[in-house]
Design a protein around this ligand. Structure first.
Ligand code: COA
Length: 450
C-alpha cells in the first residue's frame, strides 16, 4: 500500500528550484542521478532545469504521475496538494515544514481535509524524504557529495528525525552496511510509525527494521502491529526523549508527546521489540542480526591474541547472562599436541602475542568442530607482529562454512580499519570493543533462542 513512497513508476518534484543550493533542486538532481523511473520537475517560474522540461503545474503533465515530492513553502502547500488531488496523484512526500511542530495546527487540519477529499496518502510534513536502494528512488534533499548513500542490503530504517536518519545513513554507508529502505516520517500527520512498520514487516526486501522514534501516535495500534511484525523479523528501536529535558524538546521538533520512558519500555518488551540505548547500539545489533547465522545455543568460546581482551570478553559474557563454553576434552588434547606449551587452551583461549595466522586457523577449525561450543568470539589484535592480512581470508573461509556464528573484536586505529571493513563486507560482524560485541551477541541469542 505504501509502495509509492519507495518504488513509484513516475514522480513529480513540486518546487524544483533553479537554485542548485535549494532543497527542490537537490531532490531533482538526486532523482535524475539514481532513479530508474520517470521524473517531472514542476515550477511555474522556470522552463528548464538540469536539462529537463519544467511543468508550471502537475495539471500540465499529460502522463500518469504516481508520486509527488512537495518542496514549496508552507503557504503554497494547500494549492499544490489540491492540484495533486485533481491530477490523481496518490502519494505525497511533504518535505515542507511549518505545521504542527510550530503550532500551526490550522494548516495541518486543512491539509488533512484535502488528503481525505482526494484520498491521498501523505508522508510528513516536515520530512527529509525516502530512499530505496533497489529502485534508486532517492527523495532525500541532501546532496550526494555531503552524504554517502548506502549499498543495497537488508536493513530498513524508519526515523522520525530526518537529521538523525541522514547522519546515521552517512556513517553506516561508509562502514559498509547494506540498506533496503530508509524513511523519514516527520510529524506523522496521516501516515505514522505503525503504518510504516506494518509496511516494512511485509516488505520482502527488508530483513531487519531499525526505528528512531520520539513518540508513538497511537499506542494500541503500534502494539498490535509491532507484535505481528516482531514475529517475522527483528525490530530494533531507539526512543528519543526519555528524560524530562529530552521529552520537552520532542514537542518542538516533530510535535510529539514523548510519554513516560517506563511505559514505552513496557510496550517494547510486550511487543517483542529490541530497545537499544543508543543509535550506535542499534546498528551494532542490526549488524549481527543481518550477518550472523542462527546459533544453536549460547555457549561462547573466546579466542584471542591478547590476554586482557580475553578477560574483558569473559567478564562481558558472564555479566550479560550468556555462557562461557567449555572446550571438550578432545579439543583440549588435540590443541595441546599441536600448540606451543605456553598457549592457554581454555576459555578464553589465549594464542598469545606471538600468535600466527596458522595458530588462529587451527584454533578456529578445532572450535568449529567442538560440539560444546555454539558461538565463536575471535579477538584479533592486529598490532602483534606475526598476524598478517591473510588472517582475514582465514576468518572469511571459516565463516563461509556457516557452522557457527563467528564474531570478531578488533580494537585499533587506521591500520586495523581496513581489516574490520573487509571482514564486515564478507558477513562477519566486527566490533571495536568486547562489551559491544557481547551486547550484540546477547540480542542474537535472545532473538533466536529465547
Ligand atoms: N509550484 C511549484 N513550484 C513553485 C510554486 C508552485 N506553486 N511556487 C513557487 N515555486 C518554486 C519557486 O519559484 C522556487 O523555485 P526557484 O528557486 O527556481 O524560484 C521553488 O519552488 C522553491 O520555492 P522557495 O520559495 O524558494 O522555497 P525554499 O526552497 O526556500 O523553501 C522548503 C521550500 C520546502 C525547503 C521550505 O519551506 C521548508 O519547509 N524548509 C524546511 C524543510 C525541512 O527542514 N524539512 C524537514 C527535514 S527533516
Amino acid at each position: 500500500m505504501l509502495n509509492g513512497f519507495f518504488q513509484p513508476k513516475s514522480v513529480a518534484v513540486i518546487g524544483a528550484s533553479r537554485n542548485p543550493n535549494k532543497v527542490g533542486h537537490v531532490i531533482l538532481k538526486n532523482l535524475l542521478e539514481s532513479f530508474k523511473g520517470l521524473v517531472y520537475p514542476v515550477n511555474p517560474n522556470a522552463d528548464e532545469i538540469l536539462g529537463r522540461k519544467v511543468y508550471p503545474s502537475v495539471l500540465e503533465i499529460k502522463e500518469k504521475v504516481d508520486t509527488a515530492i512537495i518542496a514549496v513553502p508552507a503557504k503554497v502547500v494547500l494549492k499544490v496538494v489540491e492540484e495533486c488531488g485533481k491530477k490523481g496523484i496518490r502519494y505525497l512526500l511533504m518535505i515542507t515544514s511549518g505545521f504542527g511542530e510550530i503550532g500551526n495546527y490550522d494548516l495541518s487540519k486543512k491539509l488533512l481535509r484535502l488528503l481525505k477529499k482526494y484520498n491521498l496518502l501523505c508522508l510528513g510534513p516536515n520530512i527529509l524524504g525516502t530512499l530505496d536502494t533497489r529502485s534508486g528512488f532517492d527523495s532525500l534533499f541532501l546532496p550526494r557529495d555531503r552524504m554517502e548513500r548506502p549499498k543495497t542490503g537488508n536493513i530498513s530504517f524508519i526515523t522520525q528525525s530526518g537529521a538523525v536518519g541522514s547522519a546515521i545513513l552517512d556513517l553506516t554507508a561508509s562502514e559498509g552496511y547494506g540498506f533496503a529502505k530508509f524513511v523519514s516520517y516527520g510529524n506523522a500527520l496521516q501516515i505514522d510509525e505503525s503504518d510504516l512498520l506494518e509496511y516494512l514487516g511485509k516488505d520482502k526486501e527488508t530483513k531487519i527494521i531499525c526505528m528512531y522514534i520520539e513518540g508513538v501516535k497511537d499506542g494500541k495500534k503500534f502494539l498490535k502491529i509491532a507484535k505481528k511484525v516482531a514475529k517475522k523479523k527483528p525490530i530494533i528501536v531507539v526512543k528519543g526523549g526519555v528524560t524530562k529535558a529530552g521529552s520537552k524538546a520532542t514537542l518542538s521538533h516533530t510535535g510529539s508527546l514523548a510519554g513516560s520512558a517506563e511505559v514505552y519500555k513496557g510496550v517494547f518488551r510486550q511487543a517483542g521489540i529490541i530497545q537499544a540505548d543508543s543509535l550506535e547500539e542499534m546498528f551494532e545489533i542490526a549488524k549481527i542480526l543481518d550477518k550472523s547465522i542462527k546459533p544453536k545455543g549460547d555457549g561462547i568460546q573466546v579466542i584471542t591474541n591478547g590476554g586482557g581482551h580475553g578477560i574483558l570478553c569473559a567478564d562481558a559474557i558472564v555479566k550479560s547472562g550468556l555462557k562461557m563454553a567449555k572446550l571438550s576434552k578432545k579439543t583440549v588434547k588435540y590443541l595441546k599436541k599441536i600448540f606451543p606449551s605456553n598457549v592457554i587452551i581454555r576459555n578464553p583461549m589465549d594464542l598469545l602475542g606471538d600468535a600466527t595466522d596458522e595458530r588462529y586457523k587451527l584454533a578456529i577449525e578445532a572450535c568449529l568442530k567442538d560440539k560444546n561450543i555454539d558461538i565463536l568470539l575471535v579477538v584479533l589484535l592486529y598490532q602483534t607482529p606475526l598476524v598478517s592480512e591473510n588472517i582475514v581470508d582465514i576468518l572469511i573461509e571459516a565463516n563461509k562454512k556457516k557452522i557457527k556464528p563467528i564474531i570478531v573484536v578488533s580494537t585499533g586505529g587506521d591500520l586495523t580499519k581496513p581489516i574490520r571493513k573487509k571482514l564486515e563486507e564478507n558477513d562477519i560482524p566486527c566490533y571495536l570493543f568486547p562489551k559491544n560485541a557481547v551486547r550484540a551477541i546477547r540480542e542474537l541469542v535472545r532473538y533466536y533462542l529465547f
